[in-house]
Design a protein around this ligand. Structure first.
Ligand SMILES: [Zn+2]
Length: 301
């Protein structure tokens, strides 16, 4: 199972793994690939599975700029020189200059520990993807749905009654394993999840991480609940004003998260910051500079 395509609908397949990819056939032996996986080793298996079906990849769309979704690009671009690579606005810049991700997470030139393959893939010659809506990639037409929030910009991909949500929705196991669902804009991520939940005619939804399911409403509800749990934990942590790092420590305590490496800390720190901005913008918390610290605390009413 691990090394073969799984058919989700006519001419639409997933390549399941720790991170799922989507393969959309054009009916003439060509195919659009959506995302490429973490690294060369994964992309090799993916390419083998695609070629075993007699398909030639004509285009690659990356839903967003996280390394586990584009780390296989460089290998595929080398093997298939004609392959055109697309990514949403801003995300496409990170694919071309991958240091941007650890740079924004850390806030300065990142130390070596933050330049591993989970935070930074090999550079890819990506170009700007078409606008959301019906989009053509060679002879394949798919619908791109804007689902920003998990990343600065991200596209979900719909083909007929199959929806590839990418990381706009996580499977139940991922939500349980990572209570601090990654986001750079929590309010937008909630909006995006709700927008997917409002789609009609979706028979099967494939999250970026997890199994395909026919229960779109249930998956959206589980994701929204997980995000609200984090917002609540961050608001609770702000009862006593503190710096982001201290708030992160409190939130991890409340949600049972143990971090053991620098990458987890900077990723989860971004999540807390995202929820702080959401709370700041609805007037629930305030930001002050005190004793040379940037602190967030519940706003005195
Ligand atoms: Zn992601």
């Amino acid at each position: 199972m691990a090394n073969d395509l799984v058919t989700l609908g006519p001419g639409v397949h997933s390549f399941p793994g720790a991170v799922n990819q989507l393969v959309v056939e054009d009916g003439r032996g060509g195919a659009l690939l959506v995302d490429s996986g973490l690294d060369e080793s994964h992309a090799r298996k993916l390419l083998r599975a695609v070629e075993a079906r007699g398909l030639t990849l004509s285009a690659l769309l990356c839903t967003h700029s996280h390394a586990d979704h584009y780390g296989g690009n460089a290998f595929l671009e080398k093997r298939l020189p004609e392959l055109k690579v697309f990514a949403p606005p801003l995300e496409e810049a990170i694919l071309r200059y991958p240091v941007l991700e650890p740079l924004y997470l850390f806030g300065a030139r990142p130390p070596r520990e933050l330049r591993g393959k989970f935070l930074m893939g090999p550079a890819s010659n990506a170009r700007l993807a078409p606008e959301p809506g019906l989009a053509r990639f060679g002879s394949v037409t798919v619908e791109l749905i804007e689902v920003a929030g998990h990343a600065s910009m991200m596209f979900a991909v719909r083909v007929g009654d199959v929806l590839f949500a990418s990381d706009a929705l996580f499977g139940p196991d991922s939500l349980e394993k990572h209570p601090l669902t990654f986001c750079v804009d929590s309010a937008l991520m909630k909006e995006s999840a709700a927008r997917l939940g409002a789609l009609s005619g979706v028979r099967v939804v494939l999250p970026g991480h997890g199994e395909p399911t026919e229960d779109l409403a249930g998956l959206v509800a589980a994701n929204l609940a997980a995000m609200e749990r984090v917002t609540d934990a961050v608001r609770e942590a702000c009862r006593e004003p503190a710096s982001v790092d201290e708030l992160l420590r409190r939130v991890c305590g409340a949600l049972g998260v143990t971090m053991t490496n620098a990458a987890s800390v900077v990723l989860n720190r971004s999540v807390v910051s995202a929820h702080l901005v959401e709370l700041l913008e609805v007037g629930a918390v305030e930001m002050v500079v005190r004793d040379n610290r940037l602190e967030f605390g519940v706003k005195a009413s």
